[in-house]
Design a protein around this ligand. Sequence first.
Ligand code: GLN
Length: 196
Amino acid sequence: MTTIGVLALQGAFREHIRSVEASGATAVIIKRKEQLETIDGLIIPGGESTTMRRLIDQYGFLEPIRAFANAGKPVFGTCAGLILLAGEIDGSHDAHLGLMDMSVRRNAFGRQRDSFETDLDIKGVADGYNAVFIRAPYIERVGEKTEVLATYDDHIVVAQEGHLLACSFHPELTKDHRLTAHFVSMVENSKRTLAS
Ligand code: GLN
């Protein structure tokens, strides 16, 4: 059975657990870094990236999550989780995990559009995907190895770099589990590759 952990320091982790289970994998709440050894893939949820970073430092997760990803295990960052994965934030080089070659802008859709829902076409994953944005970031620039999977208003909102996936919105808040299911299949593939 494929086991996916959801980083549960802060933010919307319970809904992710449900979404992973609905996609046919086992889901576990991750609160200690030692638990990373027991999972095949990791989801970093939405919340507040600066708060989450503080807790990542407090609980000693920074290097263990980097090592997890560098060992080829998939990581999916959603909303604040996307910010944590990015190599560059708001034009500065002070990244958090800095695992993905992309530059992101926080709270990028502005005050008037703090929260909204829209239907997105996500390349190779889903058409008419129901996406919920909450004080969302977008991706301003991606590196050569990072593939753009969806845009909204000409801004990149889903990107994948090998075994790393990031989206601007909250894929766990609706019954549309197709993006989570895509991550589950990335984890299943990497599990097969890592085992061989
Ligand atoms: N605005 C938040 C941040 O900068 C992200 C919002 C979210 O995860 N819903 O961290």
